[in-house]
Write a new protein. Structure first.
Length: 119
């Protein structure tokens, strides 16, 4: 059974930093695409960082240069380092996993961790 467990959320002032963790069990993350999503109240869910099985990373323009995704294969954990946080980064952050096949859907999700950025 695959489980993804996020941690590291909290309350931080604008300009501050947080590091989120997503610990996986039942799936070797280095063989899959791992993505951090976020969803703010009243807004659609959006992806904020992706790391592929070959280690490639991608980010949308809204977080590029501020967020960084990484993984520790030995710990089977994915991280999201968030710097220069803004109030608009406030959201519930989720990690998700999908097979690397083109068009594959995200089949496992974590429970989410709240990030609140105060102005």
């Amino acid at each position: 059974q695959v489980q993804l467990v996020e941690s590291g959320g909290g309350l931080v002032q604008a300009g501050g930093s947080l590091r989120l963790s997503c610990a996986a069990s039942g799936r070797t993350i280095s063989r899959y695409v791992m993505t951090w999503f976020r969803q703010a109240p009243g807004k659609e869910r959006e992806s904020v960082a992706t790391i592929t099985s070959n280690g490639g990373t991608s980010y949308p323009g809204s977080v590029k240069g501020r967020f960084a995704i990484s993984r520790d294969n030995a710990k089977n954990t994915v991280y999201l380092q968030m710097n220069s946080l803004k109030p608009e980064d406030t959201a519930v952050y989720y990690c998700a996993s999908r097979p690397s096949d083109y068009g594959a859907r995200y089949d496992y999700w974590g429970q989410g961790t709240q990030v609140t950025v105060s102005s």
